[in-house]
Design a protein around this ligand. Structure first.
Ligand SMILES: [Zn+2]
Length: 187
């Protein structure tokens, strides 16, 4: 999958003929900020034989997928941090958020811990100019094999990143329902 073409949409939003109201442009931009690229560097040996990627079990070949930041804590936590660096032993300020993806992309917590979540990715130039931010997944907190989705918990200590995620999520959450009615032809 060529993610450079899949993600590079931020510059074209204002060209869409139906997106004329500023609040709707804001929601589109919030959705862009909340859409993430996933790079998973491990495929679990626990995937069953009927799994689409069972042939990759035990492989460290990097796979890519897409996710959406579905839930964001309304406030920053100040407690023992569960991230890899703090390992639940260091009190720190961090934001919790949950990325929804397909279960065939992130099967379980083992794979979540090998998942790099790239935010604000448009193309490879974002990797070098500092626009793209990457956080590591922590655990799968919910999954439904029959509906092929999983929710992966992530945290970040980055204050600016936390504020941008919270802002985008508030914008999307507050206006989604009216937006969805107006633009139902798109979904
Ligand atoms: Zn931490």
């Amino acid at each position: 999958m060529k993610h450079s073409s899949q993600f590079k949409i931020s510059k074209t939003i204002y060209c869409l003929p139906h997106v004329q109201e500023k609040k709707h442009c804001d929601v589109f931009n919030a959705m862009i900020d909340l859409t993430v690229r996933l790079r998973i560097t491990w495929t679990s040996r626990h995937r069953p034989d009927e799994d689409k990627l069972c042939s990759l079990r035990g492989s460290d070949e990097t796979r890519c997928g897409t996710g959406f930041i579905r839930f964001v804590c309304s406030s920053v936590c100040d407690e023992l941090c569960p991230c890899v660096q703090c390992d639940g032993k260091i009190r720190n300020s961090f934001l919790k958020f949950t990325v929804q993806t397909a279960q065939h992309v992130v099967y379980n917590t083992e794979e979540a811990r090998a998942a790099m979540v790239d935010l604000f990715y448009d193309d490879d130039s974002c990797r070098w100019d500092g626009i793209m931010k990457t956080v590591i997944g922590l655990e799968v907190v919910k999954s439904k094999p029959d509906r092929d989705f999983s929710y992966m918990l992530c945290v970040t200590h980055d204050k600016a990143l936390s504020e941008r995620i919270q802002s985008a999520w508030r914008c999307w959450w507050c206006q989604w329902f009216s937006f969805n009615t107006t633009y139902k032809f798109l979904f």
